[in-house]
Ligand binder design. Sequence first.
Ligand SMILES: Nc1nc2c(ncn2[C@@H]2O[C@H](COP(=O)(O)OP(=O)(O)OP(=O)(O)O)[C@@H](O)[C@H]2O)c(=O)[nH]1
Ligand SMILES: [Mg+2]
Ligand SMILES: [Zn+2]
Length: 303
Amino acid sequence: MPSSPSLADDPSASSEGRVVSGHGRRLLVESEGGQRILCHTRGKKSDGVVGDRVRWQASGDEGVIEAILPRTNLLYRQDEWKSKAFAANIDQLLVVVAAEPVFSESQLARALIAAADAKIAARIVLNKRDLPSFAVARERLRPYDAIDVEVLELALKRDPAEAQARLAPLLDGQATLVLGPSGAGKSTLVNLMVADAKAQIGEISQALNTGRHTTTATQWYWIDAARTSALIDSPGFQEFGLRHIAADRLAALMPDIATHASECRFYNCTHRHEPGCGVLAALGRGEIAESRYRIYREIFEEL
Ligand SMILES: Nc1nc2c(ncn2[C@@H]2O[C@H](COP(=O)(O)OP(=O)(O)OP(=O)(O)O)[C@@H](O)[C@H]2O)c(=O)[nH]1
Ligand SMILES: [Mg+2]
Ligand SMILES: [Zn+2]
C-alpha cells in the first residue's frame, strides 16, 4: 500500500482559480464557478499577484494555495529597494492620465517601457477633456502619436456615455490593467464600465492637487456576466523603477529611439556622446522629441 498521496499526485483534491485581489499571504481567489474564497499561501511564500492562475484546496471556509500556475506575463516595477507587481496574465494595458492633476511624462513613459518589455499592448487614456488645461496636456502627448500609441481623449465623468461607447469595443474579451497616477480617473473608468464595481472615487478638490490615493489595492472586476472581459483597477503610482531592464535594452523598448539607433556608427552606442550617433542626429533634426530623449537619459543613468 502506498502512503496517502500528496496533493500534487491527486489533482482532484484541488481546483483551479484566479487571484482577484490580495495582500501579502491573504489572496482572494475566484473559483471556476465564480465564487470568491479567501485563501492563504503556504509557509512564508507570498508571491501570488492579481491575475495569477492558482491551484487551491478548500480548508474549512477558507482555502490554501497549492501552486501558482505559470504566467503568460507579469507587469511589475523594480524600484531601488523593492519590486512591486501590478498584475499577471493580462492582455493589455490602459495608462490613464488626466489634464489635472498634471502628470509626469517620465512615469507614463516608464509604464509603456515596462509594458513593451513584458510584450503587453498599451494605450493611453487622457481624461478630463472638460477642463481648460486639457489642450496643454494633449500637446504633451504628441510624441506618443508618433510612436503609434493610441491616445483616447475622454471625459469619463463629464461625458460618460461617449467614453463608455468608445471603451467598450476595446475592452471586449480582454483582461485590461488600468494603471496611472492618483486622481487621473482609473476608478471612475472602472465604475463606468462595471455596473456593480463600486470602486471608491476620490472626490479630492481639483484645486488642492493633493494627489492622495483613493484606491489602495489592486482588484479584478468582470465587465460582463459571462466573465470574458475584465478590468483591473490599481492604486495610483508615483514612482516606476525599471531596474529589471538592462541599460543596453532600453533604447529597443522606446520605439522613437529604436528607429534611429540602427543608424549609429557603433553597435554598442549608448546615444549619449558617441560620434556618429543616429539618435543624437535625429534629436538635432527634431525627429525625436526632446522630452523623450531626456527620459531616455534619465532612465539610462539609473540602470
Ligand atoms: N473634471 C473631471 N473630473 C473627473 C473626470 N473623471 C474623473 N474625474 C474626477 O477625478 C477624481 C479622481 O478620480 P478617481 O477615479 O478616484 O481617480 P483614480 O485614478 O482612481 O485615483 P487613485 O485611486 O487615487 O489612484 C474624482 O474626483 C473624479 O470625480 C472627468 O472627466 N472630468
Ligand atoms: Mg482609484
Ligand atoms: Zn547612438
